[in-house]
Design a protein around this ligand. Structure first.
Ligand code: NAD
Length: 484
């Protein structure tokens, strides 16, 4: 998509954040051969609504609140994306974030278009009752405008919102939904017990682990970086010990055998080249209010300095824009795993690519959340917990097979051995097992696709990820045609 390509009727590329997303899109589109009109349609933000509504504050005064929802792409339905509560939410931001959701969903084959919404408030300035009124009215306004529904557009948590807000949205949809059996599937990120799925809380962090594991699996890629294949034994620094950073760090150590040598939080960072026990660091922070002064670890005065620590893998999992042209030359990691959204600026990205640092891009790496949201939506539409119908059957079957093997072999198994085998092998998959297995498969498959494009076209991993997304969305348009 060259700058000289004819502009579509309403060119939004001048917008700041959306413009930046479109710049990456444009670079990737150059490496595809789809008709220019199709590329413009993929890039365009289909629907956007901005609305204002009154709420009653606890002191009886009335305040007017502004909300947004952008539905970027309808090549798959419903559209899907978070709702953030932040004072600076604006039209440019929701358009950009909804576009990134379209590309993210396409990369991991989650059959949704992208969306994003927001309410312009600082949630800390409102009581729980006020937040409930805002959330319910926001959901009601979306419903009135046909911007929410299990087959239309499905919100999820984002900055400033969580399970609580998703429950209120779900209940509002139930109240106004005329007995719609599928109202539960109007929103994801609900608590378990209200239609939420087990494994959703740690899904993004777990997806980050699977993504890193895939990237480290290829011996020739690791050889280029002077590293051995595999996650085991690799030194890792994590910035941000929140939902994503904590679970990624924990699973990297527990399941991957990685060595977490550095952890950064708002108050500073700690470093120990012999490895930090993540749960002990969390407990220490809960006890003392800080990660600093963790026994045996060296204190680092600022979180930013931790990004420059020696390590194999650096995981920014807190904020956007933390790696810039200023600190990029001092980064010593061979792999940067973008768990947060947009942690590396585009100039820093160029510097790091020149230095042959392997970037695992956010648009792929943090897709675990939306992948498991898809599993939650499926659960809600099927009205049954994943694994409920088959778990006991699988257990009995495995036990029957083991007992049959015992009967068929010349020597009987020792009874204790048989019982322990039944216990270890003869279990049926729980919902969490199924969710984790689906997530693992999704992340592995998507990385293989991105890597193939990267190697075939000689691209960096981020551009290759966008090419993967564009190809899949273009294929949808090619197969569906354009209405009418
Ligand atoms: P979170 O609020 O749970 O955690 C963020 C953590 O970063 C907090 O512990 C906070 O104290 C810490 N932090 C803030 N400023 C810091 C600094 N300067 N240095 C070090 N640490 C700092 O948020 P989260 O849900 O873990 O999200 C983290 C990032 O991942 C965000 O960019 C988010 O957009 C992205 N993301 C999250 C999800 C999800 O499912 N939660 C999905 C996709 C992307």
């Amino acid at each position: 998509m060259s700058p000289s390509s004819p502009a579509p009727p309403h060119d939004d590329t001048a917008l700041d954040f959306f413009g930046q997303v479109n710049q990456i899109f444009g670079n990737a589109a150059e490496h595809t051969d789809h008709p220019i009109g199709v590329l413009y349609q993929i890039r365009a933000c289909d629907n956007i609504v901005r609305f204002e509504f009154p709420i009653k504050r606890d002191d009886g005064t009335i305040q007017v609140i502004r909300g947004y929802r952008a539905e970027h792409s309808h090549h798959k339905k419903p559209t899907k994306g978070g709702v953030r509560y932040a004072p600076n939410v604006n039209v440019d931001e929701v358009m950009a974030l909804s576009a990134l959701m379209s590309y993210k969903c396409a990369i991991v084959d989650v059959p949704f278009g992208g969306a994003k919404g927001g309410v312009c408030i600082d949630a800390r300035n409102y009581s729980q009752e006020e937040l409930e009124r805002i959330t319910r009215r926001y959901a009601f306004e979306l419903s009135r405008k046909d911007f929410i529904g299990p087959g239309i557009d499905v919100p999820a948590p984002d900055y400033g919102t969580g399970e609580r807000e998703m429950s209120w949205i779900m209940d509002t949809m139930h109240q106004i939904g005329d007995d719609d059996l599928n109202a539960l599937a109007s929103v994801t990120g609900k608590p378990v017990g209200q239609g939420g799925v087990r494994g959703r809380t740690e899904a993004t962090g777990r997806g980050v682990y699977y993504g890193i594991r895939e990237a480290c699996r290829f011996a020739d890629d690791m050889e280029r970086l002077g590293l051995a294949p595999g996650v085991e034994g690799k030194d890792v620094v994590v910035q941000g010990l929140g939902n994503v950073g904590y679970h990624a760090a924990r699973i990297l150590t527990e399941e991957g055998g990685a060595n977490i040598v550095g952890i950064a939080e708002i108050e500073g960072a700690i470093y120990d080249d012999s490895g930090l026990a993540v749960d002990d660091v969390v407990a220490h922070r809960e006890d003392t209010g800080s990660i600093l002064d963790f026994p045996g670890a060296e204190n680092i005065d600022t979180s930013a300095r931790a990004l420059e620590l020696p390590c194999d893998i650096l995981i920014p999992a807190a904020l956007e824009g933390v790696i810039t042209e200023d600190n990029a030359p001092r980064i010593r990691a061979s792999i940067i795993a973008e768990a947060a959204n947009g942690p590396v600026t585009s100039t820093a990205d160029d510097i790091l690519q020149d230095r042959d640092v392997l970037m695992i891009p956010d648009v792929y790496l943090n897709a675990g959340g939306v992948t498991v949201s898809y599993f939650e939506w499926l659960r809600n539409l099927s009205h049954v917990r994943h694994g409920r119908m088959s778990r006991r059957f699988e257990e009995r079957n495995a036990e029957r097979i083991l007992r049959a093997v015992d009967e068929l072999t010349a020597e009987d198994f020792d009874e204790d051995l048989l019982e322990s085998l039944i216990e270890r092998i003869g279990f049926g998959a729980s919902e969490r097992d199924l969710v984790n297995s689906g997530l693992e498969d999704t992340m592995a498959h998507a990385y293989t696709e991105i890597r193939e494009i990267r190697e075939e076209k000689g691209l960096d991993t981020r551009t290759a990820a966008f090419v993967s997304a564009i190809n899949k969305i273009a294929k949808s348009y090619r197969q569906m045609g354009i209405f009418p």
